[in-house]
Design a protein around this ligand. Structure first.
Ligand code: UDP
Length: 260
């Protein structure tokens, strides 16, 4: 499938049109941003790892009946996705308090929450993605009551599934961000999961040491991000080589082994 023109360029991804009006190609960049774009950098290999990790998680979610926008991964950096009308809300799911909630509400970092906590942020970079209430979402028609109810049910299943998936490989799922979009098929509209799920959008801590295996390594200058993302991919069974080897190098290693 050939890339057409650029439809949209975000902080970590670019979306291109294809010959099929219902499908797009999503390209994973190596760019990393934090604090609403105030901190920026390029981290070689990040896009490759996020492409693989997100594919793995979305495919697993499909298998438990969570419909999502991924059609298939095309190559190291690209996926074919269904074009959806994105609901302009970032759905933040928290199992343990850390990050913005600890500063906003004075909750102690690392507090285990007695239930998953769902927060809504308006997707608007100029406003700094402000926290909004369900009432705002309904008042300003960002989503309908029915859509919100459906999304909440999906989120609880996604959270349960992902907690188990990561727990099984020695990782605690602390919090994450989800996005949903409306998909029209045969005149019917349904809400499906969209966007990526990766260490860029989740907080993942090693279950024994609490070592951060996510974008906080970049946000908080905790050290290299690639070995941590590679470790997540390796534990999920996506990469079979030793940790500390980037996905890019893994490909090189494979071709060297073949030559031998
Ligand atoms: N998150 C994200 N994109 C955003 C904001 C948050 O993927 O634009 C994710 C973030 O990686 C974390 C969770 O959502 O896993 C909760 O983030 P928080 O509100 O604590 O954000 P902070 O301001 O601390 O990054």
């Amino acid at each position: 499938m050939k890339k057409g023109k650029k439809l949209y360029e975000g902080k970590a991804k670019i979306i291109y049109t294809t010959a099929d009006k219902d499908l797009a190609i999503q390209y994973f960049k190596d760019d990393a941003t934090a604090f609403n774009n105030l901190k920026k950098s390029t981290i070689e290999g990040k896009g490759v790892l996020n492409n693989r990790i997100s594919e793995h998680i979305l495919n697993n979610l499909s298998q438990i009946g969570i419909k999502n926008h991924l059609v298939k991964r095309l190559n190291m950096r690209e996926q074919i996705i269904k074009i959806v009308d994105i609901i302009p809300i970032e759905f933040i799911v928290r199992n343990v308090a850390t990050g913005s909630i600890t500063k906003r509400l004075g909750i102690e970092d690392g507090t285990v929450l007695k239930e998953p906590l769902l927060e809504y942020c308006l997707k608007d970079d100029k406003l700094g993605d402000p926290l909004v209430a369900e009432e705002h979402i309904l008042m300003f028609d960002w989503a309908t009551k029915q859509e919100l109810e459906k999304v909440k049910k999906m989120i609880l299943r996604i959270n349960d599934f992902m907690i188990g998936m990561f727990w099984g490989v020695g990782i605690k799922l602390i919090d994450f961000k989800l996005e949903f979009g409306r998909l029209k098929t045969n005149g019917k509209t349904e809400v499906i999961l969209a966007d990526e799920i990766s260490p860029d959008t989740c907080r993942l801590w090693d279950s024994i040491t609490d070592k951060k295996l996510d974008k906080d390594r970049f946000r908080k200058k905790l050290g290299d991000l690639i070995p941590a993302y590679t470790e997540v991919a390796r534990r999920l069974g996506i990469l079979h080589e030793q940790s500390n080897v980037s996905a890019v190098n893994v490909t090189k290693l494979r071709s060297i082994k073949k030559k031998k």
